[in-house]
Design a protein around this ligand. Structure first.
Ligand code: PRT
Ligand code: ZN
Length: 218
């Protein structure tokens, strides 16, 4: 790979704007335009790889990027379900949310003790399975790609395990959370690969600046 530090970022979505703003606050000058996959930082030897958030852990693990910014929920899920060489280098404090178990108000599932023998719909099978096994609960997972909050009303599962931030989506679907199984925030990730001396120096400088930006906003 080139000697420019490559950072994988979400192109568009709940992580994107705060990730761009953080890097700009660290002094990186760049412009994000329409369709491009790569954005060049003008004043430092850094390139931004703009992708779907789900691909960020794997891209860091497989040397398509040196570091990345992703939700801890996505990182942990990938760590549990794939072969991943990526761990947290720094917590960033934005895009906070919780991965929660939730079920229809007034239904048969009210707490985790009611889950045995039922079906749980989720896009996070790895994290959900770990919780069930740690809790000694024998339930069936129904994997969905999205719209998990609709699962109980469709009749495909008795409860769901999904991300919650304000809680408005659960409420709008007549669901209540009864257990938080993972707390998440945006995290900066890296692999165990050794970087060149130049990249190591640049990454250390960037991490110190990020720390400064986070401290000054507290
Ligand atoms: O296109 P791409 O694949 O890159 O994006 P995406 O659509 O998969 O992800 P995106 O942009 O929605 O979320 C990116 C990351 O933001 C997630 O992985 C989390 O780390 C974080 N995040 C923070 C959230 C939320 N808050 C959140 N509320 N991700 C999703 N949601 C969803 C949730 O799944 C539910 O459908 O928003 C709905 C609930 O929100 P409330 O406010 O109604 O509770
Ligand atoms: Zn995604």
């Amino acid at each position: 790979m080139s000697d420019r530090l490559r950072i994988a970022l979400q192109k568009k979505g709940r992580l994107a704007d705060d990730s761009f703003a953080l890097l700009k606050a660290c002094g990186l000058r760049f412009a994000i335009r329409g369709g491009g996959l790569l954005a060049r930082v003008k004043n430092m030897p850094i390139d931004l790889l703009l992708v779907r958030d789900d691909d960020i852990p794997s891209f860091v693990s497989n040397d398509a990027a040196d570091i990345g910014i992703v939700g801890e929920n996505v990182l942990v899920e990938e760590q549990l379900t794939g072969e991943l060489d990526a761990t947290i280098a720094m917590r960033l404090g934005f895009s906070r949310c919780r991965l929660c178990l939730a079920a229809p108000d007034g239904g048969t599932v009210k707490s985790k003790t009611d889950l045995s023998g039922t079906r749980i719909a989720t896009t996070y099978p790895g994290v959900t399975r770990r919780f069930l096994s740690d809790s000694g609960i024998d339930a069936k997972l129904v994997e969905m790609k999205g719209a998990v909050e609709l699962a109980p009303s469709i009749g495909v599962a008795e409860s769901i395990c999904d991300l919650v931030s304000s809680g408005a989506t659960l409420e709008a679907n007549g669901l209540s959370a009864f257990e938080t199984i993972l707390k998440s925030e945006a995290v900066l990730i890296r692999s165990s690969r050794e970087l060149s001396a130049a990249k190591t120096e640049l990454l250390d400088k960037l991490l110190r600046r990020i720390e400064g930006v986070i401290k000054s906003s507290e």
